[in-house]
Ligand binder design. Structure first.
Ligand code: UD1
Length: 307
């Protein structure tokens, strides 16, 4: 069995690659290393890495013909809401067009795949009041990032239905853990916070800290992805989350206890396009056999312990 992981040198991608190799798969990675790092790739014997942009259509098409992957995981993306507001055209070309082009090629050439998994986001739910978010809750994408994720989801699912392709989408909530790159101001908040604790730097808090997120540890995310891969799914969407709502203020407080340090906080205005409250209903995933193995405290302890 062979898997293609776009974005496989990135945070979530590289953990997935490790897991897939442990399950006995050969893996092909395409990553432009814009956020990923070759150091994240282990098991070199079972992984072929191509340093390439997923927007390179000719390259992707040749790769698909040559490698004929059974499973395709599309994780390559500009992963930040705020970044998408800075550069919407580039975000669109990666987060939407590159996925669409691959899907269209698979359809046209009738490439025999076993699963095409697109990684969408909790950002699609926006700021509507219903909580926790169920997969069939109303959506209200507020940023170019969220709009691209949602429209791409719709293509991926519609192509599944129209052409009987084995497509599935996951909506990641806020994934964290070792290997998350903190180097950009648009990196995930917990990678930034961890670096601030580690390097004794001030943390920039956008807003009053009352905004909430559903933080899910990377190992639980990989568990979810593999369950979805190996289950009979039908052109549908799954929330991938922990199922608990935590404010940034609480996270800071929990982290201070874990790191045995106080952190200096610089307050700034809310970021535009930011979601205020986010938490998932994970019943659908639970029905596939998913159990969250990592509480936030355990996850943060493990993350901090590995620094
Ligand atoms: C995150 C993910 C996105 C995913 C989505 C699902 C990243 C970069 N983004 O978006 O890929 O699809 O979850 O819900 O991993 N904040 C600060 N200070 C900072 C950085 C962030 O206060 O230095 C705040 C933000 O304003 C926001 C919250 O922390 O209110 C979370 O921000 P961020 O980690 O960027 O994640 P999301 O926008 O939720």
């Amino acid at each position: 069995m062979k898997a293609l992981v776009t974005g496989g040198a990135g945070f979530i991608g590289s953990h997935l690659v490790d897991y897939l190799v442990e399950q006995g798969l050969d893996v092909v990675v395409v990553d432009d290393l814009s956020m990923g790092d070759l150091k994240n790739i282990h098991h070199q014997d079972h992984v072929d890495v191509y340093i390439e942009d997923v927007r390179n259509k000719e390259f992707i098409q040749q790769l698909l013909q040559r490698e004929k992957p059974d499973y395709i995981y599309f994780l390559a993306a500009i992963a930040s809401v705020a970044d998408s507001i800075e550069r919407p055209a580039e975000t669109h070309s990666i987060n939407h067009t590159a996925v669409f082009d691959m899907l269209e090629y698979i359809r046209k050439t009738e490439l025999p795949i076993k699963k095409f998994l697109f990684t969408s986001s909790a950002a699609v739910y926006g700021n509507l009041p219903e909580l926790p978010k169920k997969e069939d809750s109303r959506v209200d994408p507020l940023s170019p990032y969220a709009i691209d994720k949602y429209s791409t989801e719709r293509f991926v699912l519609a192509y599944g239905n129209l052409y009987d392709l084995p497509t599935v989408c996951v909506r990641f909530f806020n994934v964290y853990g070792p290997g998350q790159n903190p180097s950009s101001p648009y990196s995930g908040v917990l990678s930034i916070l961890t670096e601030c604790f580690d390097k004794n730097k001030a943390f920039t808090l956008y807003g009053d800290g009352k905004q909430t997120r559903d933080f899910v540890y990377i190992d639980d995310v990989i568990q979810a992805l593999w369950l979805i891969t190996t289950s009979k799914t039908k052109h549908e969407v799954f929330n991938v989350a922990n199922g608990h709502e935590t404010s940034l203020n609480s996270i800071i407080h929990i982290y201070e206890k874990i790191a045995h340090k106080r952190i200096k906080i610089q307050k700034c205005d809310y970021r535009i396009g930011d979601v205020k409250r986010s938490v998932a209903n994970i019943n659908k995933l639970t029905k596939l056999g998913y159990t969250t193995k990592w509480t936030l405290e355990d996850g943060l302890n493990s993350y901090w312990g590995g620094i």
